[in-house]
Design a protein around this ligand. Structure first.
Ligand code: UDP
Length: 253
């Protein structure tokens, strides 16, 4: 049995990183295509205005909390999530598993050429992994307002023709989850994960916050200092905490 809580109507698995990677192994041993989403506070808040997006997240097979705000909220409301499980860290765990099991990985997302650099860096460090392909994230597809466009269909063929086991989808929050949801039945891979800027970080285009920020739960502060334009987006964080503090129904088990 897999336990979860619901934060503002969105299912979040009560799982550690280790538990999440055990699920990944289970998914890889099964036949079906499984989806992994990694929402943070901002995504949960955005989903409040978008029922379709809420439903998409709730249909994820594994949904892990990639936000310190979610962990604090769960503790305040006495339904504690065991730990933060970030999209980047779970992706690195998946890469490790892919290396051990000699699996095929496809990287979809980012600007032209970035996924190729990421693929090369992965190969340099994990030589057992097979890269079944890469593609930038700016093609005509459901995430850019062109549902079932030929460009999208060609990419799906490329992923399937390469016998992909694991698909990384980095199209930015909301876009990537909606893209995955819409196309998962056409894809033959075992695992599809929406992992935001992971491909950018793997390529060395974007830097992750240093360890100390992560351990103190201040990754958001580091990103804000690096990219001040995120300020508007991050105002949802205090709003989220206020909402949690003053509502008794926002977190249920
Ligand atoms: N991205 C993409 N296609 C799009 C929009 C974004 O491939 O149509 C990529 C972008 O290049 C970046 C990643 O998605 O590599 C994350 O984008 P962003 O920082 O906007 O999203 P976040 O996950 O921070 O909301």
């Amino acid at each position: 049995m897999n336990e979860f809580i619901k934060i503002m109507g969105i299912k979040i698995d009560k799982i550690t990183m280790e538990g999440a990677l055990n699920r990944v192994e289970e998914f890889l041993n099964g036949e079906a295509t499984k989806t992994i989403y990694t929402p943070n506070t901002e995504i949960i808040m955005n989903a409040q205005k978008d029922n379709k997006f809420k439903q998409v997240l709730n249909e994820g097979d594994l949904v892990v909390p990639d936000g310190i705000g979610l962990i604090y909220a769960s503790r305040i409301k006495k339904h504690p999530l065991p730990e933060r499980v970030t999209g980047f860290d779970i992706s690195m765990g998946i890469i490790n598993i892919a290396h051990t099991r000699r699996l095929k990985l496809f990287l979809l997302g980012g600007e032209e050429g970035v996924a190729d650099i990421a693929a090369k860096k992965i190969k340099d460090n994990y030589d057992n992994i097979l890269i079944s392909g890469t593609n930038n994230g700016y093609f005509k597809g459901v995430h850019t307002g062109y549902e079932s466009h030929k460009e999208e269909m060609d990419i799906i063929d490329k992923i399937n023709d390469g016998d992909t086991d694991i698909l990384f989808v980095g199209l930015g929050a909301e876009k990537q989850e909606k893209w995955i949801h819409k196309n998962k039945d056409k894809l033959k891979c075992k695992i599809i994960i929406g992992n935001g800027g992971t491909i950018d970080v793997l390529a060395g285009k974007v830097k992750r916050a240093p360890d100390i920020y992560q351990r103190l739960g201040l990754e958001w502060l580091y990103r804000l200092v690096k990219e001040p334009k995120r300020l508007k987006r991050q105002t949802v964080l205090p709003l989220f905490m206020l909402k949690i503090l003053f509502s008794s129904k926002d977190i249920v088990e």
